[in-house]
Design a protein. Structure first.
Length: 156
């Protein structure tokens, strides 16, 4: 039997929390059909998979492999077939080696992987990310607290 994964990589401020809440509700009321929604209980997302360190051009991400391995083993043990995983924090992965390692790790559990990304008009996304900066979220680590709308690094 082919086992499928839909991987939602989102971006903060693109409706991902609404999607995650609906998926979690669908998991609870059994309206996802044969799909299982993997999330980090009690959260509605899988964001603990990625941790950000540093600031601006020096910001880097850390994939939390033990977290992923435990969740995948749990999904395998529970007999979850087709799965959906959603994490806005995957948006911040920029290292090709990390992306390849994640792909290999997920391929060990799934035969087919589809990546879904929600998009938002760039000016609206930049404004929303600036609001995230004020709240001290991961966007703060990327953009910093400067006044200009986009970081002055070579990242973009």
């Amino acid at each position: 039997m082919t086992r499928r994964l839909w991987l939602h990589i989102g971006s903060h401020k693109t409706g991902s929390t609404s999607l995650q809440t609906a998926l979690r509700q669908g998991q609870s009321d059994k309206t996802l059909g044969g799909w299982s929604y993997l999330h980090a209980r009690p959260r509605v997302d899988f964001n603990p998979l990625v941790r950000c360190h540093g600031m601006g051009a020096g910001m880097h991400t850390e994939l939390r492999w033990p977290f992923l391995e435990r969740r995948m083993a749990d999904a395998d043990h529970r007999g979850h077939g087709d799965c959906i995983l959603s994490s806005e924090m995957l948006f911040w992965l920029m290292d090709v080696a990390d992306l390849e390692a994640l792909r290999q790790q997920l391929r060990a559990h799934f035969d087919e992987i589809s990546v879904v990304a929600y998009l938002r008009r760039q000016d609206a996304l930049a404004l929303s990310h600036r609001k995230q900066v004020v709240m001290g979220r991961a966007a703060y680590q990327f953009y910093g607290a400067q006044i200009r709308g986009c970081p002055s690094s070579s990242r973009i």
